[in-house]
Design a protein around this ligand. Structure first.
Ligand code: GDP
Length: 286
């Protein structure tokens, strides 16, 4: 489900997240590895400034591995702890409990120094819609782990999920809005399926993808669509793909809607290859 964000929704989301933050030690911020900046809430630093944070680059299976490595370094240089994961298969998620424990160590140590009994680290997952929050929660809540139930001060509906012995996870994630700062961010989010297609023109999204692919992943497009060469013009590439895939209207004209549908589906599912739509070196120079 994609939420249409209006100022009232944003204020409500912020309030809800702030309320939940009171009960947790560590924030697990989920980003899409293909678009780590576009999938980041613009106010996240302000909203969770006072909590230790673990950044997860999710859907790493769909992103370009070498670019994900660079993003890892990028965020680490900013002082964050970062893991690349695949919430669907669980790859990389086994490192989450230990990372949270490390991040919460000062808090737990302080409790111990005050003579309190050490307890499991409490964390919540936070991210924009469609980034994989529910998938990750389900993945971490393996069958063997029982829900630990209500905690005083937390509304009845909020449950904690036990992840191993030393981590407890809030069963409902915090949802924040994505960046809408400029149109290119909208296209990046639409290309990954993070926002509804209706928000932008379907054909424009496909053209955006093709313009990016011809510059950054020409071999992937050439191989996937069996092209002799990759035209230097996005629209010409759109035409070529449409013809190759038999997306034709009467008179030999390309059916761009049909071709766009194929391009979007193949981009989002990873059929076009592992593609990162944001690279740190481009973002810095842009
Ligand atoms: P939420 O809105 O943040 O809770 O996102 P969901 O958990 O509903 O996930 C959105 C879509 O992304 C679903 O179709 C998931 O199957 C898919 N998804 C989640 N994590 C991954 C991942 O690591 N890799 C891939 N390929 N798909 C994922």
């Amino acid at each position: 489900m994609t939420i249409q964000w209006f100022p009232g929704h944003m204020a409500k989301a912020r309030r809800e997240v702030t309320e939940k933050l009171k009960f947790i030690d560590v924030v697990i911020e989920l980003l899409d590895a293909r678009v780590p900046l576009a999938s980041r809430n613009p106010m996240i630093d302000e909203i969770v400034s006072h909590k230790p944070r673990l950044i997860l680059l999710n859907k790493a299976d769909l992103a370009d591995q070498s670019v994900t490595e660079k993003w890892k370094v990028y965020f680490e240089e900013k002082g964050a702890m970062v893991l690349a994961v695949n919430a669907q298969t669980g790859k990389g998620t086994e490192k989450i409990p230990n990372a949270c424990k490390q991040l919460a160590k000062p808090i737990i140590d302080k409790m111990i120094s005050k003579g309190m009994k050490p307890r499991a680290v409490r964390a919540m997952i936070l991210g924009i819609p469609n980034v994989g929050k529910s998938t990750l929660i389900n993945r971490l809540a393996s069958k063997r782990t029982a829900q630990v139930g209500d905690r005083p001060g937390v509304t009845k509906k909020q449950q904690w999920i036990k992840v191993g012995k030393e981590l407890e996870l809030l069963d409902t994630p915090g949802i924040l809005w994505p960046k809408f700062e400029d149109q290119i961010i909208g296209y990046r989010l639409a290309a990954t399926g993070a926002i509804k297609d209706e928000l932008l023109d379907f054909q424009d999204i496909a053209l955006f993808i093709l313009n990016y692919l011809k510059d950054h992943y020409p071999t992937s497009v050439q191989e996937r669509y069996k092209l002799d060469h990759v035209p230097d013009d996005g629209l010409a590439l759109f035409d070529e793909i449409g013809k190759k895939r038999g997306c034709l209207l009467g008179g030999g004209y390309v059916d761009y809607d049909k071709a766009a549908e194929i391009i979007l589906r193949e981009m989002r599912s990873g059929t076009l290859g592992r593609i990162s739509l944001e690279k740190p070196e481009i973002m810095v120079s842009r």
